[in-house]
Design a protein around this ligand. Sequence first.
Ligand code: SF4
Length: 374
Amino acid sequence: MHTLPTSVYVHVPFCQHRCGYCDFTLIAGRDDLVPRYLAGLAKELPPSHGVILKTLFLGGGTPTHPQPAELAQLFELLRSRFAWNLTTEVTVEANPLDLNESRLEVLKNAGVNRLSLGVQAFDDQSLVILERNHAANDLAGIIHRSQGVIPNVSVDLIFGVPGQTLPQWQESLARAVEMGVTHLSTYGLTFEHGTAFWNRLSRGELSRTPEDLEREMYAFAMEWLPAQGYMQYEISSFARPGYQCQHNHVYWSGDPYLAYGPGASRYVDGRRETNIRSVLGWLDRMEQGESPVAERETLDARARGHELLYVGLRRCAGVERYDFQQRTGIALDDLVGPALAKLVQQGLLVDDGKRVSLTMEGRFLADMVASELL
Ligand code: SF4
């Protein structure tokens, strides 16, 4: 059955500078390409979508990097193809220093009702290592100004930054909570192959945070944030009641979604398509009138099942057997019964007969659990 997706992701691939740890699809220091990007997007977007969106998410790169007038054009373009209203969750990922009054006004007028701020840390030492362009002292003013315009502000924070101490991490969490953000995403720093951090690690210029310290940092977030009213609902996500990210729930539930822009990946009718990652390659293809799709994959029931399990287990609510079978056409136990039983026995999963979810220990070892189930 064809279901028209009601969730849309738009990738905005611009940043001032590529942070050393980042392997996202983006092009840094090429603001001159924004007009070509907008023209390319105008070609890629469907003429008219026709239904009110449930969620719209602009990610990057840094969606707030283009100039305010360009940002306004981007939203004008999106408005001409999609419909959204007050019930739609409209999220924009933002770099703190970009959020001046003009950009905030553009976002507010466009109906953006959720900001996801790339804060990463509230201590200058970590911010310098992460190569972020803001300082800890900038943050309170920016967050309060943003909340005054768009009250629903989420912040991303990174733990396991080289040299970061447990008290520094605790202080970052405390500052975010003190500022009344609605949502926190906490990520352990990873060293991705091909990044500047990877190279510096190989040359011995950076060192990984010891595993037990990293574990202590994550454990602190999982224990302390719920006590402050931020319930953990996913491996990396904590929210005050009513503020869970609806767009991410679409991914974790295996629901269909559309996606546009360089490197964007969509999932519709059991088919996954991913656009070419190179920003210049995407621009060329759009300008030549070619398809931006670089990879296509139709998932059969088993592949859909594995994928749903992989993303579904990220949620603290886990995967429900009945829902799993409805969505994939395959019973959970037929797909991975013995592996599930083994992981339950190892204390990494809990299984109440209806639903399977990660234990606290399982959340520390989520990647290992996922690989056991693949
Ligand atoms: S601002 Fe974000 S997307 Fe841009 S380079 Fe840094 S980490 Fe990557």
